[in-house]
Design a protein around this ligand. Structure first.
Ligand SMILES: [Zn+2]
Length: 117
């Protein structure tokens, strides 16, 4: 790729970042649990029917890990936000890779100019 091509790609990334919706980092897991109350269906010795599903969102931000429950009604929204964050990460990583390549080309150009002198 030449510098102009790299610049074009970076512009495309910026455009996509602009329209990226709500986001948040993390992973969503689904769990079932037993309440431990004697006689409850979840404690049935033969065919226990556990409670759930419960959705748990885990994420770490600025070195701090957090886990919290998500109401089933919000799972769809959270999934969308998690996907948006993944896209955000991918786009910014791609941007950095392109930026390094662009800068490298610039350094090489400068060196070639120096060599001609
Ligand atoms: Zn129970």
């Amino acid at each position: 790729m030449n510098k102009a091509q790299i610049e074009k790609k970076i512009e495309k990334i910026k455009q996509e970042l602009l329209i990226l919706g709500a986001m948040r980092p993390g992973t969503l897991s689904r769990q079932y649990a037993a309440c431990q109350k004697p006689g409850c269906a979840c404690m049935d010795p033969i065919k226990p029917k556990k409670h759930g599903p419960f959705y748990q969102l885990s994420y770490s931000h600025q070195g701090k890990s957090t886990t919290r429950f998500v109401r089933p009604g919000y799972v769809t929204i959270i999934r969308k936000e998690l996907a948006a964050y993944k896209r955000f990460k991918k786009l910014t990583q791609d941007w950095v890779s392109l930026a390094i390549e662009h800068s490298q080309l610039q350094l090489e150009e400068a060196r070639k100019k120096e060599d001609k002198k």
